[in-house]
Design a binder for this molecule. Structure first.
Ligand SMILES: Cc1ncc(COP(=O)(O)O)c(C=O)c1O
Length: 368
């Protein structure tokens, strides 16, 4: 039996009528960009994330770019972040002419190692950009403390962490700005590209709304050089339907993760560890073993789809050669890129499918 790492068709089948109706309504309205559907979605998701302002944007990548622009990040500034993340985390910094300063990760959670941040702060540092990787929040108390001491902005990359909490507070509600992605494979995925910015700061919210439409408050009058960063109405309509199910889906994901934990716990592989302050939303369920490549190949031959997030840490990406990092410089990120493997996880995965995954992992290990 083939087991997919994700099956969006199954999810669509459970909400097909509502989605089709919502999409058709937008088409009938012939109002496609921003407008009432987007505003209504922004209101609902602001409540869900427990923030004052939610601003729908064109993607998670543009959310990061707009957030950094709004925080005034510019040429020559330094922004501290993790190298063990999706490319957009760092490219959004570099696109503004700023310098991503990579700090190694904590090998337990795969999030930025907060004990290593202070040594990376210089006179040029303007912000810290933590990522809540795989759906688990970074150590926000420590990050906010460091930011306060040094007068830095905090931009959260919460692209993978919608609904995750740290000490009872929601991802995206800690920093100056939170950034989310609605890429279709995300826990709250649109039917195309989309993203969101959250903030409790009225001035930043107003500025981001201006930057999102080419830096103009009234049409054709441009106070700033912004971007085309708008969310479209079809995405907002789809996301509004799906938002009603998100908490239930996250609960199911946690159930799927608990089942893996229970059945894999005696094997010589590292399982995800949930920090006691955190509610993890398991965007990914990621195990680790030095035999990762052989295990992935074996599972593939058995029809089990897995994925590697991420095979090359960002400090070793060719495009960042100019930053001057060496192989071995950030050893935990490099180790994670060689050892981590994401197993199939989605709310609709069956126990039978999970048993297949677990059985084949056990078989692989028994053959070693
Ligand atoms: C951690 C992280 N940051 C940023 C992004 C960028 O989001 P998008 O693909 O919506 O541009 C993603 C999505 O893949 C992500 O996982």
């Amino acid at each position: 039996m083939k087991v997919n790492s994700l099956d969006l068709k199954r999810q669509y089948e459970t909400i097909r009528e509502e989605i089709d109706k919502a999409v058709l309504e937008v088409i009938r309205s012939q109002s496609f960009i921003l407008g009432g559907y987007v505003e209504s979605f922004e209101g609902k998701i602001a409540q869900f994330c427990c923030v004052k302002h939610a601003i729908g944007v064109s993607s998670g990548t543009d959310a990061l770019l707009l957030a950094l622009m709004a925080c005034g990040i510019k040429n020559g500034d330094e922004v501290i972040t993790t190298p063990f993340t999706f490319f957009a985390t760092a490219s959004s910094i570099a696109r503004l002419g700023a310098v991503p300063v990579f700090v190694d990760i904590d090998p337990i959670t795969y999030n930025i190692d907060v004990t290593k941040i202070p040594a990376a702060v210089t006179k040029k540092t303007k912000a810290i950009l933590p990522v809540h990787l795989y759906g688990q929040c970074a150590n926000m108390d420590a990050i906010l403390d460091i930011a306060r001491i040094h007068g830095l902005r905090v931009v959260e990359d919460a692209a993978q962490a919608i609904g995750a909490t740290y000490k009872g507070r929601n991802a995206g509600s800690f920093g100056d700005v939170g950034c989310f992605s609605f890429y279709p494979t995300k826990n709250l995925g649109g039917y195309g590209d989309g993203g969101l910015i959250t903030t409790n700061d009225d001035k930043l919210a107003e500025f981001i709304r201006i930057l999102r439409v080419h830096g103009s408050k009234s049409k054709y009058y441009h106070s700033h050089i912004g971007i085309n960063g708008r969310l479209d109405a079809i995405q907002a309509a789809v996301l509004s339907v799906k938002l009603n199910y998100l908490s239930g889906w996250s609960k199911k994901r946690r159930g799927v993760a608990a089942y893996y934990q229970e059945h894999l716990k005696d094997l010589p592989i590292r399982l995800p560890q949930i920090d006691s302050h955190n509610i993890h939303i398991f965007h990914q369920y990621v195990i680790a073993t030095p035999d990762r490549d052989a295990l992935a190949k074996y599972l593939d031959l058995q029809g089990i789809e897995t994925a590697i997030y991420y095979p090359v840490p960002l400090h070793l990406q060719e495009c960042f050669d100019f930053l001057g990092y060496e192989r071995g410089g950030l050893p935990e990120s490099e180790r994670a890129s060689h050892e981590t493997l994401a197993l199939p996880i989605f709310p609709e995965i069956t126990g039978k499918e999970q048993d297949q995954v677990i059985g084949h992992i056990k078989k692989f290990i028994s053959q070693q």
